[in-house]
Design a protein around this ligand. Structure first.
Ligand SMILES: *[C@@H]1O[C@H](CO)[C@@H](O)[C@H](O)[C@H]1NC(C)=O
Length: 221
């Protein structure tokens, strides 16, 4: 009986877990948790070709590449100017509260956050890797000056995670505004090949905590 109640409570906790970066999301947190933060335009999606409104894939053409917070940071090499496949879209997503989800409508242009979803084959080029949207309850954020400022400020404090030079794109619209915070003294360069990063959501942490709470309640009864 107690076990049944406990599993019910855990099930409802997992259906409405809190996002790692909160909802509405903290944008600096999204940047710091994504393998890639970039500006892209959705060129196609699979809503009506194998997917559904609440679960589909999309292709995005990459215009600007700003940051990589994988460990080690990925170089972003070969992504700007190419089209990539990103999984994990859908609105509403049944895993998100309040009808939220991650939208990728054709022609949308936003700042997006993604992780490598499938371990790349040896020798696979960056644009052929399958990526996943980092936060399935958020998706992208508007490509505007305020959000570019947030990225600039995060990178001023984490310069080793900035993607620069040709890999960042040469489009003038990709230039980040000057940072409004003081720079970190770290000067680690960003280089290396894209790393596997499942982009796991923190559900297990919440589940473990929920189980712990439920266990404590029943033990004290
Ligand atoms: C999304 O892409 C993945 C990886 O290629 C594939 O396994 C999956 O079936 C696709 N899903 C949809 C809904 O298109």
């Amino acid at each position: 009986m107690f076990l049944q109640i406990a599993s019910l409570l855990i099930a409802s906790a997992s259906a409405q877990f809190t996002d790692k970066c909160g909802l509405p999301a903290d944008n600096a947190c999204l940047v710091k948790n994504a393998q890639y933060t970039f500006v892209g335009t959705v060129t196609s999606n699979t809503i009506s070709s194998g997917g559904s409104a609440s679960n589909y894939n999309a292709t995005l053409s990459v215009r600007c590449m700003f940051a990589s917070f994988s460990s080690p940071p990925s170089s972003g090499e070969g992504l700007v100017g190419n089209t990539i496949t990103v999984t994990g879209w859908g609105v509403p997503n049944p895993k998100c509260p309040n009808g939220l989800g991650a939208a990728a409508n054709v022609q949308d242009t936003n700042i997006y956050f993604i992780n490598v979803a499938q371990r790349p084959q040896a020798g696979q080029s960056a644009q052929n890797i399958i990526y996943a949207v980092q936060d399935i309850c958020v998706g992208g954020i508007p490509f505007n000056q305020a959000n570019l400022q947030t990225i600039s400020d995060v990178l001023a404090q984490n310069p080793g995670n900035a993607i620069t030079g040709a890999a960042a794109g040469t489009d003038a619209a990709c230039t980040l505004p000057k940072s409004s915070v003081s720079s970190s003294s770290s000067t680690t360069g960003s280089s290396g090949t894209p790393q596997f990063n499942a982009g796991a959501r923190p559900e297990t942490t919440y589940l473990a905590f929920a189980a712990f709470l439920v266990g404590s309640v029943f033990l004290s009864m």
